[in-house]
Design a protein around this ligand. Structure first.
Ligand SMILES: N=CN[C@@H](CCC(=O)O)C(=O)O
Ligand SMILES: [Zn+2]
Length: 419
């Protein structure tokens, strides 16, 4: 259901105004309206401006009203890279990593992603739905109104489709909108060990056509990494996906610099993600082609790897998005404030750039910048109301959730409980 709502007296209405990704210096422009108001009708933003001007134009009594005095209002956050539908957990592996084993070592000896694959294959649809819903509830409480979710814990026809169908059902029953990505090439399953090319053929010929035909996903992604899928295998799979009408994403240059970012540019991908080891040339090309650099500092933090070079990317005119990468292995968190803290304290992003990265650039990373990610007339009425007067409190109140209310399609769908 879509609502009619006015939010008035916002100390800061942080509009992040725009209909496409912000690159480089533009990322600092938040277009704030002080003492701002926003009018939403049938779920869509109809008016944005100073409270005084807005109230002189409309009949307040015809709307539900939220008074945001002393509170900042922002666009709903877009978490543009997650793996939130999965079976089982890997808490044991986390302990192994703490004592020094690397993520790739664990993967090589049969743990990691394939561990979750086993549990996800065994899980019923209802179990995945129940757990997925809990994670969406948690994301919503952090102000996330749209999330991207990937398959990739099936690596076979049945389970890849099951994961995508679960996301489809969750999208229908949950306030958070879900954008689906097919990540059938996330790892090499046990049954294809040593037969990586055959596995890519299987994904291209057997699974991908089903996904595309039934519109089970909008994007196709691949884990392009040393000892996982090569540049050549990635090019082959993503090119076929493109032919079937899927948009492209790529897990690129995360642990080893393979040139995944350059491949993303060559193929016209919407985003290249991770990028801890991206080359200077890859950064230059992303800036030229407008491929969004989706950075996942929670993963670098959790894997104790060096952070992606956000400052360098922004200074070289890239569009940077931030996301949680929520998954059961490399980064088990839905926490938006954690990502804000890491991005500002360790990646040299300013609070303004981090806000842009989680709003309009997050939207651009899932090709939705025309309908979400900013407080602009004609966009969805998806908003976050903070318990503080400025967006600057998000990174400043370190790791703590500063979201007081969340509005989705013009309806209040989350409110922080007070003691
Ligand atoms: N790097 C590859 N894939 C995921 C991790 C998935 C997992 O460990 O389960 C990521 O984006 O971090
Ligand atoms: Zn990922």
């Amino acid at each position: 259901m879509k609502g009619n709502l006015i939010i008035k007296n916002a100390s800061e209405l942080v509009t992040c105004s725009g209909f496409k990704a912000k690159q480089g210096k533009e990322m600092s422009e938040l277009n704030i309206i002080y003492d701002g108001a926003v009018v939403i009708e049938d779920g869509i933003i109809k008016e944005v401006g100073k409270t005084e001007d807005i109230l002189s134009k409309i009949e307040e009594s015809e709307y539900k009203v939220i008074d945001a005095t002393d509170k900042a209002v922002l666009p709903g956050f877009v978490d543009s890279h997650t793996h939130f539908v999965f079976g089982g957990y890997r808490a044991e592996e986390f302990s192994w990593r703490l004592r020094g084993d690397s993520y790739m070592e664990i993967m090589k000896r049969g743990g990691g992603i394939v561990n979750t694959v086993e549990a996800t294959r065994k899980a019923t649809k209802n179990e995945l739905l129940r757990e997925g819903k809990k994670r969406l509830d948690s994301m919503l409480s952090f102000g996330v109104t749209t999330v991207e979710g990937k398959s990739g814990y099936g690596l076979d026809f049945e389970t890849e489709i099951k994961q995508l169908e679960v996301m489809n059902e969750l999208d229908k029953i949950h306030h958070v909108d879900i954008v689906k990505t097919f990540l059938g090439a996330h790892a090499i399953p046990k049954e294809y060990k040593g037969k990586e090319d055959e596995f890519i053929d299987y994904m291209i010929n057997e699974v991908m056509p089903e996904v595309a035909e039934n519109e089970l996903a909008e994007f196709c992604d691949i884990f392009c990494e040393k000892n996982v899928f090569s540049i050549e295998q990635s090019r082959r799979l993503l090119s076929e996906a493109k032919k079937l009408g899927l948009k492209l994403k790529i897990h690129a240059d995360e642990i080893v610099q393979l040139g995944g970012a350059e491949l993303a540019c060559e193929l016209g991908a919407i985003s290249a993600d991770h990028l801890l080891r991206v080359s200077d040339n890859g950064v230059k090309k992303m800036a030229e082609t407008g491929v969004v650099a989706t950075l996942l500092p929670g993963t670098a933090f959790s894997l104790k790897e060096s952070y992606a070079r956000a400052r360098y990317m922004i200074d070289n005119n890239c569009a940077v998005a931030l996301a949680t990468d929520l998954n059961p292995g490399s980064c088990f968190t839905e926490s938006i404030p954690l990502i804000f803290a890491l991005a500002t304290l360790y990646m040299e992003m300013t609070p303004e750039e981090a806000v842009t990265a989680f709003t309009i650039n997050g939207a651009a990373a899932i090709d939705r910048a025309d309908e979400i990610g900013s407080i602009d007339v004609s966009k969805k009425g998806d908003l976050v109301i903070l318990e503080y007067p400025s967006y600057k409190y998000i990174p400043y109140h370190i790791g703590v959730n500063t979201v007081e209310k969340v509005v989705k399609n013009g309806r209040l769908v989350y409110e922080k409980k007070r003691n």
